[in-house]
Design a protein around this ligand. Sequence first.
Ligand code: NAD
Ligand code: TYD
Length: 339
Amino acid sequence: MKILVTGGAGFIGANFIKYMLKAHPEDELVCVDKLTYCGNLESLEEELKNPRMRFLKTDICDTEAVDKVFAETRPDMVVHFAAESHVDRSIEDPLIFVKTNIIGTQNLLEAARKYGIKRFHQVGTDEVYGDLPLDRPDLFFTEDLPLKPSSPYSASKASADLLVQAYHRTFGVPVTMSRCSNNYGPYQFPEKMIPLMIANALADKPLPVYGEGINVRDWLYVEDHCKAIDMIIRNGRDGEVYNIGGHNEMRNIDIVKLICKEVGKPESLITFVTDRKGHDLRYAIDPAKIGRELGWKPETMFADGIRLTIKWYLDNRSWWERIVNGEYKDYYERMYKNR
Ligand code: NAD
Ligand code: TYD
């Protein structure tokens, strides 16, 4: 089988490519990525030497370029990760999110319709459901909830999900969708909370916690997400949405304190800063459907996953130090200076 993976030079996409090349020696992968600020071919250094892997630098917003990729490679499946993915950046500049996440997805769907495909998998986020109150631990996101996004990021991802549904219903494109909770693990760009706190703590820099740090996220080790997607593209039902989550809810402040402990740095580095606009309070996935239908369950406990992640950032300093010392510095200044 030939699988076109969009956004394969990003965090989850790179982990997915590594997982798939190992798990399915019979498959070929074509990675399509524009290599934006967070796309990094260093993450795929070994994989790019593999004869079953091809990389094509392509902007999914470029309709003709996307058509050409499909005409040339004729994939059996598409797993669509490519996106603008950071909520804070979407608050600063929403338009690029609309372009990449909506128009980019539309271009891929159109090519999938034209060239024919066995499965188009949309990698979605639980953020499309909005948020849950902090005082109702009995409530969880289920697949049948209405979409109620809060940020330009989640609104653009919700729009993409709706286009995927429309291409399924109107044109019969075979699709599946997944909506996953927050991922953590190796190769995550250091603007996201966990790698940001690890990198800052290692450099004895302040750890900027938004608001009071009481917002709750449901954290999943990235490899568990990759396994879930693999199960869905092979055995998931056509047209269905599958929620993916770890039943691992944690408050931001508790994660930051845990990171301090694991890297041996004092909690006095923690600095409470102005809250994010529209900050979602709590995400919590009900993953019963994927468990029941496909037998998936999370395998990595948070205590183990966070240690593996910290170890990876310690062992791979050159990967992230090059990033934090590059143009990322301007972003950090802009985002955190007078916060
Ligand atoms: P990421 O930001 O690390 O990577 C995104 C990748 O997409 C990068 O390699 C980037 O170069 C590429 N890209 C961006 N614009 C492009 C364009 N116009 N054309 C081609 N490539 C382009 O993101 P991630 O955290 O790996 O997330 C991957 C997907 O998973 C996204 O769709 C995201 O919404 C979804 N998701 C992420 C999480 C999470 O916790 N990180 C959770 C649930 C769902
Ligand atoms: P993030 O990793 O950006 O993921 P998302 O917004 O998609 O959940 O943020 C995770 C949580 O951490 C979120 O509640 C915002 C918070 N946060 C901070 O407190 N400080 C930071 O510097 C960042 C980047 C995030």
